[in-house]
Design a binder for this molecule. Structure first.
Ligand code: CIR
Length: 255
């Protein structure tokens, strides 16, 4: 169960966030409203939500999942691979000092890079995507830190998507949403895999919060499949975040 969730409001500079798809620029006012609805949904899941003020210096800083990975026993400050995101980790570290003893705050160092979107937690085991943002050195440092705390990790090379969790979401109880390049990956064969339709691939990025699954608006097949697993569902529109490759998991740190 999660007790705490940290989010950061989007800044006006969100329009300059890194974007790989040609979906246009996010509408800032709409993004703010969607962010408020996201916070409301999280609160319904019985967590304490800490809302950080926008940081205009970093266009992608509302995607707080990337500069840190938070676990029950430690927080690992990452080292973002994207140059415009370098520095976000310094800010999030200060915030995490309120939640963790400093001795349990670890850091990934150069030349290792890793972003939290590449990390999927499944109990005490962490899957770490090797992507354009996360290199092998970063993943190795990350797994070595996990081992100190009794956790372990597996590296998963990615070919097409931005982050590991762009195409995967663990919903607890062995249920795993899988899309695109992960569908046939033997690493995930022992999960109860719920295959997300190619034309709904974005909806593979859902989040489980204390028994409820938050699903992006507009993906009916995914919603139905998750409902059939017996979860309570909350829908949040993330259309403006999608324009800069962001989704539900990217917008929070859950611990
Ligand atoms: C970026 O490219 O870094 C942002 N525009 C999107 C980050 C999405 N984060 C995530 O998947 N964890």
């Amino acid at each position: 169960m999660f007790k705490n969730i940290i989010v950061r409001k989007p800044g006006k500079s969100l329009v300059d966030g890194i974007a790989s798809a040609d979906l246009g620029k996010p509408d800032y006012e709409k993004a703010l409203k969607q962010h408020e609805a996201y916070i409301e949904a999280l609160k319904k899941c019985g967590v304490e939500v800490t809302v950080l003020e926008a940081d205009e210096r970093y266009p992608d800083s509302c995607f707080v999942e990337d500069p840190a990975v938070v676990t029950k026993k430690c927080a690992i400050i990452t080292n973002p691979g994207a140059s415009s995101r370098k520095g976000e980790q310094v800010e999030i570290k200060e915030v995490l000092k309120k939640f963790y003893d400093e001795k349990n705050i670890e850091e990934i160092k150069n030349p290792g890079t890793i972003e939290g979107g590449d990390v999927m937690m499944v109990g005490d085991h962490f899957y770490v995507g090797l992507s354009a943002r996360t290199n092998e050195g970063g993943a190795r440092q990350f797994i070595d830190i996990l081992k100190k705390y009794g956790y372990d990790g597996t590296m998963v090379p990615l070919e097409k998507v931005l982050h590991l969790k762009t195409g995967l979401a663990y919903l607890e109880n062995n249920n795993l949403l899988v899309a695109g390049e992960f569908v046939d990956n033997p690493v995930f064969k022992d999960f109860n895999r719920i295959i997300i339709d190619e034309n709904e691939a974005y909806s593979a990025n859902c989040i489980w919060v204390n028994g409820t699954v938050i699903v992006p608006a507009g993906y009916e097949k995914a919603k139905k499949a998750i409902e059939e697993l017996g979860y309570k569902i909350l829908i949040v529109d993330t259309s403006e975040y999608r324009k800069v490759d962001g989704g539900l998991s990217c917008l929070s740190l859950r611990f």
